[in-house]
Design a protein around this ligand. Structure first.
Ligand code: FMN
Length: 227
């Protein structure tokens, strides 16, 4: 959200934006997600509290593990009084009305998925005015040595080159060669991708509980003054 608009203008934008977001995004669901990607959407319920900051959690996935991590982060944010919309990045058509944005991407061939890069290129002007948190879901270079750390950090360079990231995280994901297309299994096996579910749900939960803490406090203070 642009810093130039007032809080009341922001609330007006929010009201105007509900129609668009209802069509494109879903409210957070705490359910464990096992079904195919992009079929998990429920319409926004009518009880959204417009006085709360609204976070867009958006992601790109191929095999689903990034989507499941995004849902967990969204659930943590909701528990902290953020209103949250969660949406695959290909379905996001506007950032109007969002006070904060979380972007998550699976890492393939050393980079975020192309829809992430396209989105950041298209929306970087708007994103510069919004607190932004990014996470990458990966499986290689997970060591604590300097070489691994640098390789890991580089995964988010396509985003970092355009935007400053207030919060960033790297979560180990999932690789099951029997559950990806055969070409992906060939590439995954050639790259010696470790097989298994390596997600650290405690770390994911911690991150969801810690991001945007400063801006939420400021938001609540401003609301208290306006009331
Ligand atoms: C074809 C393929 C390429 C991958 N390339 C990388 C890579 O370059 N670096 C890495 O750390 N992990 C890589 N991985 C592991 C994925 O990042 C990991 O499986 C992740 O959990 C996938 O997220 P998704 O389930 O949301 O698609 C690759 C996996 C596959 C199947």
């Amino acid at each position: 959200m642009s810093k130039k608009i007032t809080n009341r203008q922001f609330l007006a934008y929010l009201a105007a934006d509900i129609g668009a977001t209802t069509l494109t995004c879903a409210r957070v669901s705490p359910i464990t997600l096992r079904r195919p990607v992009d079929s998990q959407f429920r319409k926004l319920t009518a009880n959204r509290n417009l006085a709360n900051p609204v976070v867009l959690v958006t992601y790109a996935t191929r095999a689903g593990s990034t989507m499941e991590i995004a849902h967990r982060i969204a659930t943590e944010l909701e528990e902290r009084d953020f209103a949250v919309n969660i949406c695959p990045i290909k379905r996001v058509t506007s950032l109007v009305g969002y006070s904060h944005v979380v972007i998550g991407s699976a890492i393939r061939m050393g980079s975020p998925l192309p829809e992430i890069t396209h989105f950041v290129e298209e929306y970087h002007s708007e994103l510069r005015g919004i607190p932004l948190a990014c996470f990458a879901v990966y499986l290689q270079h997970d060591g604590q040595d300097e070489t691994s750390r640098k390789a890991r950090l580089a995964y988010l360079n396509p985003i970092r080159n355009l935007l400053s990231l207030q919060y960033e995280a790297f979560f180990t994901g999932v690789y099951d060669p029997t559950k990806v297309p055969s070409i992906d299994a060939v590439i995954g096996n050639i790259a010696k991708t470790p097989v298994g579910d390596f997600r650290d749900w405690a770390a994911i939960k911690d991150w969801g509980q810690s991001i945007f803490s400063v801006s939420l406090t400021a938001w609540k203070e401003r609301e208290a003054v306006l009331l």
